[in-house]
Ligand binder design. Structure first.
Ligand code: SF4
Ligand code: SF4
Length: 499
């Protein structure tokens, strides 16, 4: 018997991210521009290779985040457990410190206006938002953006440990020319470590749409969620004494709008929609060997057109509207139908529900005689063999080291490009393109649909938001106290209807 759950899930198409940080700023302006939250970036954008924010967050030897399978074959939290939760209740040894994030700062702007007339240009000195004293800035949430011109940041990337010497050399060529960006928000995981670690039961996964929230009334500030989240997407507010995290802009979703970071995304890399999954399998699937995690997670995602799934979904209380939304979901297409979107670090075993289309461009682009040369080979995916970003690096990020899954995804992306090139430039043979699509296991129709969704898709095609909870949302607007209770802070302005 399957127990069907519906989850609002996302895909970020990394080939389209331009690293502009608009997403981070729109989130900050709405949600974390408050005392105690200055250092929080619920949405941040990282340059890869690089160490990210907080620095080296992927290194679980340091931070002990996520789950592991113990010697008895049981799934247990790395950072905490019943016994450790008690002994560590006042002290979490794996907690990131302010040095791992950064000391938030502002500038003494008034000095620019109030400085007496003199020979020197007045400057606005940086001031710590924690102590109020002047300071020297030594770090920031995007300090190694575009590697800050130095390979030092790239060389500290924990994912490089998985690479051979020659692969490392290849990746350092990129630093002179191309790298790629990984925007990150909370993954609203199927098996969230933050929820499991909370001694107060303040963290919860909403039954109706899978959004993970912190109840600000029940949070006691134990901070067990902070080390437990392997993505470091729960944050402690030093002013309120409570934990906070991305809430997937649920007040916007409930009025039919995409989350602010999705809505404002300049590269249009973001997609949102419903996935149905079988909740009875969570523990079993989260325990499988690392290399199988992605495929098992895919198996858990159910086909919303299957009559048996539809029947089971109705029995599980899923509405017609939600089912219809799941059938139109772009996430289902990217993750399950075309199998090109992959979860970030599945080996943390939280079963993240945000998926990434791995980037193709820095992988196959070449520099020849000092000039960038896009790879135009119509040789059957030959360029993947000498990829500039080693496939093993991408596999470490998106497939727990399973290179086959990344290769399959990149092959499909390449096949679509070659098909479109043939349509627009016509320098190949149709039979050759058919062969390439067959090799990539894509039909012409699928390739065309994948091209459209990646390029010219409209707002409504990228953001398929179920029409659930609108009535409650209206009630919430009439009852701002309800929003405050759920989120800890009020709505700055009533959300508008429609995109
Ligand atoms: Fe929890 Fe989000 Fe971290 Fe997953 S990514 S463990 S849902 S805070
Ligand atoms: Fe990338 Fe979009 Fe964010 Fe810009 S707004 S950094 S394109 S995810």
């Amino acid at each position: 018997m399957i127990k069907v759950r519906a989850q609002i899930s996302s895909v970020f198409h990394l080939d389209k991210c331009i690293g502009c940080h608009t997403c981070s700023i729109s989130c900050k302006n709405i949600w974390s521009d408050r005392p105690g939250a200055e250092y929080m970036w619920w949405n941040n954008v990282e340059t890869k290779p690089g160490t990210g924010y907080p620095t080296k967050w992927e290194d679980q030897d340091k931070y002990k985040g996520g789950w592991k399978v113990n010697d008895a074959g049981k799934l247990v939290l790395r950072a905490t457990g019943k016994a450790r939760a008690f002994t560590n209740i006042f002290h979490q040894p794996a907690m990131p410190s302010m040095d791992d994030y950064y000391e938030p700062f502002t500038f003494k702007y008034e000095d620019l206006f109030n400085a007496p007339a003199g020979k020197d240009q007045p400057t606005a000195r940086p001031v710590s938002m924690v102590t109020g004293k002047t300071m020297d800035i030594e770090a920031g949430p995007n300090w190694d953006d575009d590697l800050s011109g130095s390979p030092i940041y790239a060389s500290n990337d924990p994912n490089l440990e998985a690479l051979s010497e020659s692969e490392r050399q290849a990746i350092f060529e990129i630093e002179r020319m191309v790298f790629f960006y990984v925007p990150r928000i909370c993954n609203h995981c199927m098996n969230p470590a933050c929820v499991a670690a909370c001694p107060s039961g303040a963290l919860h996964k909403r039954g109706e749409d899978g959004i993970v929230l912190v109840n600000q009334e029940t949070c006691r500030g134990w901070r067990h969620c902070v080390p437990a989240c392997p993505y470091k997407k729960t944050y402690y507010n030093w002013k309120s004494g409570k934990s906070e995290k991305c809430l997937l802009c649920f007040p916007r979703l409930e009025t039919g709008q995409a989350p602010a970071c999705f809505h404002s995304c300049v590269g249009r890399i973001r997609y949102i929609g419903v996935l149905l999954y079988d909740a009875t399998k969570i523990e079993e699937m989260a325990r499988v060997p690392e290399q199988e995690l992605v495929e098992k997670q895919r198996e858990m995602i159910l086909n919303p057109f299957d009559p048996k799934v539809i029947e089971a979904a109705k029995e599980s209380g899923i509405s017609e509207a939600l089912l219809e939304s799941a059938q139109r979901s772009p996430i289902y297409k990217f993750v399950k139908e075309w199998q090109i979107a992959l979860p970030l670090h599945p080996e943390f075993r939280t079963l993240p529900m945000l998926f990434y289309v791995p980037p193709l461009l820095p992988v196959i682009g070449k520099v020849e005689n000092g000039n960038y040369q896009p790879n135009r080979t119509t040789e059957m995916f030959g360029s993947l063999k000498d990829a500039r970003v080693p496939i093993s690096y991408l596999a470490k990020l998106f497939a727990a080291g399973n290179t086959k899954l990344v290769e399959a995804s990149l092959r499909r992306l390449m096949a679509v490009r070659l098909m479109r090139r043939q349509k627009t430039v016509g320098d190949s043979a149709d039979t050759k393109i058919s062969e390439i699509l067959k090799e990539a296991q894509l039909t012409h129709e699928q390739a065309e649909a994948l091209y459209k969704l990646s390029t010219v898709a409209s707002f409504d095609e990228r953001f398929v938001i179920p029409p659930s909870h609108r009535e409650q949302a209206v009630e919430m607007l009439e009852e701002p106290e309800l929003v405050k209770r759920e989120t800890g802070f009020g709505l700055r302005q009533p959300p508008r209807r429609g995109p």
